[in-house]
Ligand binder design. Structure first.
Ligand code: 5GP
Ligand code: ZN
Length: 113
């Protein structure tokens, strides 16, 4: 299996796991862009947001619920945090297994770079 995040999900590649349930895994990003930078991924392989189908509606909701729980547990929910999903090249997607970036712990600028 060549997908990096599928290999992390299967524990073939180590990661700093923050949260896990049957459908979702969350782990630290190895190149953090904020004091908190966690990736929330579905255990099901979906390559980009364009491949999300109606059958994935619950799964996508579970990703957001996991992100919210992590933000609350970390104490950053009230201050604020950013959830980002990049899609394809111009947006900067480099790993083709969908993931929410959970970024927090510093003031975020807008528009994003
Ligand atoms: P993208 O650019 O696709 O939106 O985000 C991919 C993210 O995965 C990047 O923030 C990058 O730092 C992170 N990343 C790449 N390789 C690894 C890895 O092997 N382990 C972990 N934990 N994160 C990774
Ligand atoms: Zn994958």
């Amino acid at each position: 299996m060549s997908c990096l995040f599928c290999r992390i999900i299967d524990k073939e590649i180590p990661s700093k796991i923050i949260y896990e349930n049957e459908q979702v895994l969350a782990f630290e990003d190895t190149n953090p862009q904020a004091p908190t930078h966690i990736l929330v991924v579905p255990k099901k392989h979906i390559s980009t947001s364009l491949e999300i189908s109606g059958g994935d509606n619950e799964l996508i909701g579970l990703m957001f619920q996991a992100a919210n729980k992590i933000a609350k547990d970390r104490g950053v929910a009230e201050r604020g945090f950013r959830l980002v999903m990049n899609c394809n090249q111009e947006a900067g997607q480099t790993v083709f297994h969908i993931h929410l970036h959970l970024l927090a712990g510093r003031r975020m600028s807008w528009p994003p770079g």
